[in-house]
Design a protein around this ligand. Structure first.
Ligand code: FPP
Length: 248
């Protein structure tokens, strides 16, 4: 089985999971945290190197205050509880997004854990928090604009690599596979630049029901796909023969 180096997940459907059971939405999010824990664990076992989870979008700030506060509370307790697990398993925590919008207590715990796990090298768990791709791109343009204005960078010399380097994800390869749960078939402002060639996988399962088996099914489907990066199938076969090894 071909294992993606970088798996990104839009964890959708917590609210519906709770509503279907006539429970408050926050219980769906709480159940969603359990899925996070089991999926992180399974990804480690599978040898996935980078796992990015869309935990809170720029747009999620617009939800009822009660839900935003409850989500922040869950995030804080997840982070506090998880530090020892991350250390034990050799997982490095990273975060992308407008992190200075997070409540100070959360951003402090986050910064501490990012620092404390910086030398772990078995897997990167990357949390997208207060993240929106257009916001990330706008901030990157502002950085590059300042470099151009100061004369450090000539506009004609600007490359795709410069743009990639100005994004929050500069230290992380592009996702190979995106999974979105809950049957919605949208990208919802997630990693727009980085997903130019990612394989997309949509499942009806709501995030609290997304199991290790369903993760395996997604990866099996990914293994069967042929990624051509804009080339023809014949070109890829030729280059595989020349390289003497399979490409993905
Ligand atoms: C989408 O479900 C999910 C979210 C907005 C938040 C995801 C958060 C978690 C899984 C818990 C916290 C995360 C971590 C990493 C501790 P939805 O509420 O949009 O569901 P709906 O579309 O059914 O309403």
């Amino acid at each position: 089985m071909q294992i993606p180096t970088h798996l990104a997940i839009i964890m959708d459907g917590n609210g519906r999971w709770a509503e279907q059971r006539r429970l408050p939405r926050i219980l769906g999010h709480r159940k969603g945290v359990e899925s996070v824990q089991s999926i992180v664990d399974e990804c480690m076992k599978l040898g996935i190197r980078y796992l990015t989870l869309y935990a809170f979008s720029s747009e999620n700030w617009g939800r009822p205050q009660e839900e935003v506060e409850a989500l922040m509370g869950l995030l804080g307790s997840f982070l506090k509880k998880e530090l020892s697990q991350l250390q034990k398993r050799g997982i490095r925590l990273m975060a992308i997004g407008e992190l200075d919008r997070l409540p100070e207590t959360i951003s402090k715990i986050l910064k501490d854990i990012v620092k404390e796990t910086a030398d772990n090298d078995r897997m990167v768990l990357n949390l997208a928090l207060s993240y929106g791709s257009r916001n990330e791109l706008t901030r990157a343009m502002q950085t590059l604009g300042r470099e151009i204005a100061s004369g450090k960078l000539h506009p004609d010399a600007l490359t795709e690599a410069d743009i990639g380097a100005a994004l929050d994800t500069h230290a992380i390869p592009d996702p190979d596979l995106l999974i979105r749960t809950s049957g919605e078939m949208r990208i919802s402002n997630f990693l727009l630049w980085q997903m130019a060639y990612s394989e997309l996988y949509f499942t009806e399962a709501l995030w609290p029901d997304f199991s290790r088996d369903q993760l395996l099914q997604a990866i099996q489907e990914y293994s069967r796909r042929q990624r051509r990066f804009g080339l023809t199938g014949a070109q890829l076969r030729d280059s595989n023969i020349r390289d003497g090894e399979g490409r993905h």
